[in-house]
Design a protein around this ligand. Structure first.
Ligand code: F6R
Length: 614
């Protein structure tokens, strides 16, 4: 949520910062802005709307300098507008700050500053921070240095922040600090970048340092130093090499990142599984948590905690882990889990699932569980992310960067990891080698299955073309496919703004059936497994009420043909792999519906990719 990028070095910062903002735009696109120091002069330009609006203004005004900071915003406090856009400046217009996070006590700090005669131009919490820094720098009796004024200000604020600050009085210096919101320092040849993630950095250097909470980095004269914000204690950190390619963060020939990432699933699920199978033994190898299998198997309970799509993956994970290992699993929204008095002790395992590894609620949930003595495990995609670093151990999904705001390949990668985990645990609990081999074979066939599904994309498009005017959709599935229905509905809501609900198919009769009429498309997830006769009966019930039936199945038969308005037939696979293949169809359906409705697919309104505020 909100993207920050800053540059100091010999090159012109403007193109670097603008390109960086475009890479970070998935984190928010309500407004964008840039501030630069040119000799001893601070210049700032900001604009409501996307980075492209900012670019058009910059073209006209020839802003330049030798170091600069930039920001793309997801609004929390104050509407999206030019004034509320970052960077924010102090009253003297000498200090500029970009901020990601929320200053919780901004109201109280603002009142104190107002009493000292400071007036505010924006409705943001972030402006309070820059005014406070300025007040401490220019007006405190102790005559604080710029850096010490920042430290002092940060000790007065409560909340989460990743900030980068520049000051006209110290033109060759950039200072950044982190508490709760991610910041990565890129260390190049005589140049440095600081950004919310590595994507704006990768083109310039592969050497990075992930800042931790309570750390401040100060860069001047081609040198940087990292210290604790409060104690000033120097922290020696080692450089990490990022292994990210430019192709991975660009959409290539695809019109949208979401479509590219759906197509990536032809190989990304295999990337997730690579080196993690032992076919002969019908089991998997999950090195990251190898030391903890005994703990998991003897745990009194496992909590899976996550948000959004990752929470849906957790629901499927529960189904599989309980089936294969018989260890009880509870799945909780992290935002609820962190505040309730859950039963957690040192025999409890917490599995946090997070693509970004930065989701504020998920992070808070694992911190709380750790405090209570639980073992915490992460299933994350972003290497170096906070959740990946703060959990005791974990498994990376290795699906490559996911840029589209609607999660696609990260979800199928999470499911893949959870299947492999369930199988691993199951094999230790008496699941037969044969059963394991069968599951592995199905997983190994997945590239072909996904390719076959993408080959029916014309058919999926036709379904979209005949249903895109609907105001509501229902998604129904049973058993392990109920969360798949939830995920299908979420995808649709996010990118097409059509209201959609996911339900266990049999629950329809307990309420949602009242909604069904000839205008309501109902998506049935209907593989030919043991639940098929039941779901067929549910399809009959919708047909009797004239609903528009869209069936996704792995085997067509006459009854399905007769009852369904549209059938999408996908390759037969293992019943526990079906949630993955079926999800690809649902992603494509949501995508095509959003295309028909002319929606902003990669940047849906009000959303941001990485929810780093509560
Ligand atoms: C939906 C989506 C969100 C995320 C959620 C958690 O398409 O992407 O619902 O799944 O914000 O994000 P992570 O997995 O990064 O913790």
């Amino acid at each position: 949520m909100c993207g920050i990028v800053s540059y100091i070095g010999p090159k012109d910062p403007v193109p670097i910062l603008l390109k960086g903002l475009r890479r970070l735009e998935y984190r928010g696109y309500d407004s964008a802005g840039i501030a630069l120091i040119n000799k001893n002069n601070l210049q700032c330009l900001k604009k409501a709307g996307k980075v492209s609006f900012l670019e058009s203004v910059i073209d006209d005004s020839a802003i330049n300098g030798f170091c600069g900071i930039a920001h793309t915003r997801w609004a929390t406090h104050g509407e999206p507008s030019d004034i509320n856009a970052h960077p924010h400046l102090d009253l003297k217009k000498k200090i500029a700050l970009v901020h990601n996070g929320i200053i919780e006590n901004y109201g109280a700090v603002k009142e104190v500053l107002k009493k000292r005669g400071i007036s505010f131009t924006s409705a943001t919490d972030s402006e309070v921070l820059v005014q406070l820094i300025s007040e401490l720098y220019y007006n405190s009796k102790e005559k604080l240095s710029f850096e010490d004024a920042i430290r002092a200000a940060l000790q007065e604020v409560v909340g989460a922040y990743g900030i980068v600050v520049i000051c006209e009085d110290e033109p060759g210096k950039i200072i950044a600090a982190r508490m709760g919101s991610p910041l990565v320092l890129g260390v190049g040849e005589g140049e440095f970048l600081i950004a919310s993630d590595a994507s704006p950095i990768v083109e310039h250097t592969r050497n990075v340092i992930y800042l931790d909470d309570n750390e401040l980095v100060s860069i001047k004269d081609e040198k940087f130093s990292i210290s604790k914000i409060d104690s000033k204690m120097i922290v020696n950190k080692t450089l990490t090499k990022i292994d990210l390619t430019i192709e991975e963060i660009e959409k290539g020939e695809f019109p949208h990142f979401m479509l590219k990432e759906i197509h990536d699933q032809r190989h990304s699920i295999s990337d997730t599984m690579r080196g993690r199978f032992n076919l002969d033994d019908g089991t998997t190898q999950l090195g990251g948590i190898a030391d903890y299998f005994a703990n998991i198997l003897s745990a009194s309970r496992i909590y899976i905690t996550a948000c959004g799509t990752s929470w849906h993956a957790g629901l499927i994970g529960k189904h599989l882990i309980e089936e294969y290992s018989r260890v009880p699993v509870h799945v909780e929204y992290a935002s609820e889990f962190r505040y309730r008095n859950a039963i957690i002790d040192n025999n409890t395992i917490i599995i946090a699932i997070s693509q970004s590894g930065e989701t504020a609620d998920t992070l808070a949930a694992i911190r709380k569980a750790k405090e209570l003595g639980a073992l915490t495990l992460g299933v994350c995609n972003v290497v170096g992310s906070t959740i990946a670093r703060e959990t005791d151990a974990g498994i990376f999904t290795h699906t490559g960067p996911e840029i589209g705001v609607a999660s696609t390949k990260a979800f199928t990668a999470q499911l893949t990891i959870l299947i492999m985990l369930a199988l691993k645990l199951g094999r230790k609990k008496g699941v037969s080698r044969q059963k394991g081999k069968k599951l592995i074979r199905a997983l190994r066939h997945i590239d072909q299955d996904v390719s076959s599904i993408l080959n029916i994309s014309k058919k999926i498009k036709k379904v979209a073309e005949s249903t895109w005017k609907a105001n509501n959709f229902l998604y129904l599935g049973r058993g392990v496919n109920f969360p798949v229905a939830l995920e299908g509905a979420l995808k649709l809501k996010e990118i097409s703004y059509i209201h959609a609900e996911g339900y266990p198919a049999a629950e329809m009769k307990h309420g949602p059936i009242a909604l069904i009429d000839e205008n309501m498309p109902v998506v049935f997830i209907a593989p030919q497994d043991e639940s098929f006769p039941k779901i067929l009966a549910n399809i009959e019930e919708v047909k009797a009420r004239k609903g528009i039936i869209i069936t996704i199945t792995d085997k067509i038969n006459n009854s399905l043909k007769l009852l369904s308005d549209h059938t999408l037939v996908i390759p037969k696979t293992h019943k526990h792999v079906f949630p993955i293949t079926c999800s690809v169809v649902l992603q494509m359906l949501a995508y095509e519906l959003a295309v028909c409705r002319d929606c902003e697919i990669d940047q849906p309104r009000n959303l941001a990719k990485s929810v780093t505020v509560e």
